[in-house]
Design a protein around this ligand. Structure first.
Ligand SMILES: *Cc1c(COP(=O)(O)O)cnc(C)c1O
Length: 438
């Protein structure tokens, strides 16, 4: 499907008068439409809840929009728990699907009433000890059947190589122990394939988990209260792929529910999801300006963003589609590498990419950066993280995170003398535009 940016060149020229590039921009209208579609797709299930995976896009303004559609949060760390709590989210609206978890995070998760999802059978004892000899009333176990997970279109993933979750035998044993220890509300969780671009993944995963739930009931007497399909519903990053249809996915899960759970007497099981990418990736773009062109052994376009703003291409060789704004319909008749400025040769947003001829000053829209984009950023080379903007439904723009400043970057140094000298220097050079800050 052709990828069309949700902002035009004219809009970006207007926006950059206030907010210099690079920045991430999010599309409120798109986010709302999709969140409503997710809610509707699972409305057949009374207890359904999407727990938005905070790590994908940890911005409270965006999470606040998702909350309007009934979403809770799925957290993986202390700071994500803190953010959820500070937003007024608590209790059963928070899922804590962490792994290799420090005791202090379990204690905090328990205090705010989050549902703890245990990554390993040994964490039962670890948690009990951390909580001073008791367990929460609600607990979930993360399941990993091992092997490979395959779907009919050839997509597969490799749970057998993944560090997450417990084996089948351990999972069943875990419920036996949890029941004996008096845990009242039990759930199961599994994340077996990532970025699946097929409507088949959730229904197939649901089928496996539902059958396991029946087996758990038969073998241990434990009736699960919720089944968490986690994340993994993907988006097509290239123009060749077709987007998933969440209504078809929801219907597929319902069929499995009626085929497996209802006949087994498990007719009030809540379905949970923890999608990140599907909720926000298509509704965010990284906007960057071409500042250099270089003709050496290859053709290069240098932009003012880098892997610091969007790491997926450098980290996974991931494809992100790029539109040269204002040249949407121009022929893609040049072949270039689009690079950032890090001292790392993998700092390239695109390699051998066909694009319309890019001129200096052109704005590039890097698609599908709304999840696992800004949040994966880091500060290598002393580069600063970008701003996040929200394009609102009325067409206005709201800054929902300011860009980092040099003072943010130096704030953690023990030598405060250095910090103060840089701060003074910043004032002296305030007429100069330092990076994307002044
Ligand atoms: C990353 C993650 C998610 C979200 O995954 P997406 O592919 O973005 O949907 C959900 N749950 C857990 C436990 C995760 O680690």
């Amino acid at each position: 499907m052709k990828k069309i940016p949700f902002v035009s060149k004219e809009q970006i020229e207007e926006i950059t008068k206030t907010y210099p590039t690079p920045f991430h921009i999010y599309d409120e209208a798109g986010i709302r439409k999709n969140a409503a579609a997710v809610r509707d797709a699972f409305s057949w299930n009374r207890g359904f809840r999407e727990y938005f995976a905070v790590k994908a896009t940890p911005n409270p303004r965006l999470i606040g929009i998702l909350r309007e559609y009934g979403c809770g949060t799925d957290c993986s760390s202390m700071t994500e728990l803190m953010l959820s709590k500070a937003m007024g989210i608590s209790g059963e609206e928070i899922m804590f699907s962490s792994n290799d978890t420090p005791a202090a995070e379990y204690v905090y998760a328990d205090r705010i009433g989050a549902t703890i999802n245990l990554d390993d059978i040994t964490h039962i004892d670890y948690l009990e000890k951390a909580l001073g000899g008791r367990l929460p009333k609600t607990l979930s176990c993360r399941y990993n059947p091992g092997g490979v997970f395959t779907m009919s279109n050839g997509i597969m993933d490799n749970p057998g190589d993944a560090k997450f979750g417990m084996t089948t035998e351990q999972t069943i044993e875990a419920y036996r122990i949890l029941q004996k220890k008096g845990v009242q509300r039990l759930g199961i969780h599994a994340f077996l394939a990532s970025n699946t671009v097929t409507n088949e993944y959730y229904p197939k995963l649901a089928g496996q988990l539902f059958e396991l739930a029946v087996r758990i009931k038969e073998e241990t007497g434990a009736a699960l209260s919720f089944i968490n399909l986690s994340g993994g519903v993907g988006i097509p990053y290239t123009e060749e792929g077709e987007p998933n249809d969440i209504a078809v996915i929801g219907e597929g899960v319902r069929k499995e529910y009626e085929r497996i759970l209802i006949p087994a007497g498990l007719n009030d099981v809540a379905i949970y999801t923890e999608m990140g990418r599907f909720m926000l990736a298509p509704y965010g773009g990284l906007v960057t300006q071409a500042i250099h062109e270089k003709h050496t052994h290859k053709e290069y376009i240098g932009v003012d963003a880098s892997a610091v703003n969007l790491m997926r291409p450098a980290m996974y060789g991931a494809y992100h589609h790029i539109t040269v704004l204002g040249k949407e319909d121009a022929p893609a008749d040049t072949v270039v590498d689009v690079t950032g400025s890090l001292c790392e040769n993998n700092d390239k947003f695109a390699i051998d990419r066909k694009l319309p001829a890019v001129e200096m000053g052109d704005y590039l829209f890097i698609h599908d950066a709304g999840a696992h984009g800004f949040s994966m950023g880091y500060n290598y080379n002393g580069k600063l993280k970008s701003a996040e903007l929200l394009l609102k439904e009325d067409g206005s723009v709201e800054q929902i995170r300011r860009p980092e400043t040099p003072m943010d970057y130096f704030a953690t140094l023990s030598d405060q003398g250095i910090y103060e000298r840089i701060e003074r220097e910043m004032q002296e050079v305030s007429g100069i535009r330092i990076s994307n800050v002044l």
